[in-house]
Ligand binder design. Structure first.
Ligand code: AMP
Length: 402
């Protein structure tokens, strides 16, 4: 029983093929530059050299066909027949208030996702192109959609409403939705397994710190509050996003600089965060390197970045009236021991003790990095959104799995 997981962007498409009996990744790859000249398909199968093919791929339907050709290729493929793909699972960024869990794709679900285009104009239309492309190439294969926002639909009203006229919520659904939900869900369950405790009894804070970054308060396995808002711009300082700021800065900047609204939007999303403050890069590795070489702006950017995470951890510990474990995940959270140290050093007052040796260890497995006598556990739990998408797809299509 194989499940194909697709993450479709506007000009790219990533895929992973899972054997759901063993939960092994049989193959993975990506198509880049869809609709441009010289599109690139990269295909990987364990222990075989990576295949890279440059051709003209004008749309998502052709991209999926190329992926299917590659998966069944005599030399590079892993399947004898396309029929060995029993289901396809898609990552969808925005499920609005319509979806609080993963669902099988049907006519109504497609209509609903289309109605959410306004809330995620860069993402949802691209996901829909992926769904339609699979439908064209594999018309008899069931598809499932897994939403980044779904996990956060359990947030109480006092977490998700903005203190603005409620008519804006009623008319336009302006509220906080939160993102990284698939990752939070996966990571909190893994953390509970690791701690050997029922998730219902745990107060967790998940710090998903990657290129995009968020903190989530997970109370008894359910999202209680999260730092990203109506869009993924709110909350922590990120690679290129500003995170929290006084909304009055937008009209003030428009007034003072000769910028359009679109340009200010692009500034806050693409030219802010670590990149803007360090003046060097949005990549934490390069910022840390520059900081070690004595660059003052890089040091400031790093400190601001860590400080914001610390503030959110403090806020969520208060929001839940206590915390059992703080979990670091995603690119920066899993890999940067210096960042984890900078965050945790200021949290000794509520009983966090970081074990420096444990913190320095690198491994792809969940691990404890707090001291044995730390009142709050600190864990590093590698995220795996694709596996959760594959599991949900398997469960919804065959009624089996975790
Ligand atoms: P993600 O969005 O989860 O894929 O994370 C990507 C980000 O992880 C990159 O932009 C890097 O900044 C960061 N990253 C990856 N490896 C390291 C590392 N060893 N140290 C610090 N940051 C890292």
């Amino acid at each position: 029983m194989n499940v194909l997981v697709i993450n479709a962007g506007s000009s790219s498409l990533k895929y992973q093929l899972y054997n759901m009996v063993t939960e092994e990744v049989l193959s993975k790859g990506r198509v880049e530059r869809i609709g441009m000249d010289s599109s690139i398909l990269t295909h990987e199968v364990d222990e075989k050299p990576e295949v890279r093919e440059v051709s003209e791929i004008l749309d998502h339907t052709t991209a999926i066909r190329k992926v299917l050709d590659m998966l069944t290729h005599r030399e590079f493929g892993v399947l004898r027949n396309i029929k060995e793909i029993r289901a396809v699972g898609h990552r969808v960024v925005h499920g609005g208030e319509s979806f609080s869990e993963s669902v099988l794709v049907d006519k109504d679900v497609k209509l609903e996702i289309r109605q959410l285009f306004d809330l995620a104009p860069l993402h949802n239309p691209a996901h829909m192109m992926g769904i339609m492309a699979v439908e064209t190439n594999l018309p008899d294969v069931p598809q499932v959609v897994v939403f980044d926002t779904a996990f956060h639909q359990t947030m109480p009203k006092n977490s998700y409403l903005y203190a603005i006229p409620t008519v804006l919520y009623r008319k336009h659904k302006i509220r906080r939705y939160g993102f990284h939900g698939t990752s939070c869900d996966y990571v909190s369950k893994r953390a509970a397994e690791f701690l050997g405790r029922p998730i219902k009894e745990l107060n967790l804070i998940v710090c998903h710190i990657g290129n995009g970054a968020s903190c989530t308060a997970v109370l008894g396995g359910k999202s209680f509050d999260t730092s990203m808002g109506m869009t993924p711009l709110e909350g922590l300082m990120m690679g290129t996003r500003s995170g929290d700021l006084d909304p009055a800065i937008v009209p003030y900047t428009l007034n003072k600089e000769e910028l359009t609204l679109n340009e200010v939007n692009s500034m806050l999303n693409k030219h802010s965060g670590l990149l803007a403050v360090s003046g060097i890069s949005s990549d934490m590795r390069e910022v840390v390197q520059a900081m070690k070489e004595g660059n003052e702006q890089a040091k400031l950017a790093f400190e601001m970045y860590a400080y914001r995470i610390r503030k959110y951890i403090g806020a969520y510990a208060a929001a839940m009236n206590g915390v059992d474990a703080v979990i670091f995940t995603a690119g920066v959270g899993e890999n940067s021991d210096v960042l984890r140290q900078a965050v945790c050093e200021g949290l000794t007052f509520f009983g966090i003790g970081l074990d420096h040796e444990r913190n320095a260890v690198r491994s792809g497995e969940p691990r404890r990095i707090s001291t044995d006598d730390s009142k709050v556990e600190v864990l590093v739990v590698p995220t795996n959104e694709e596996l959760l998408i594959a599991r949900d797809t398997y469960r919804l299509v065959l009624g089996e799995g975790k």
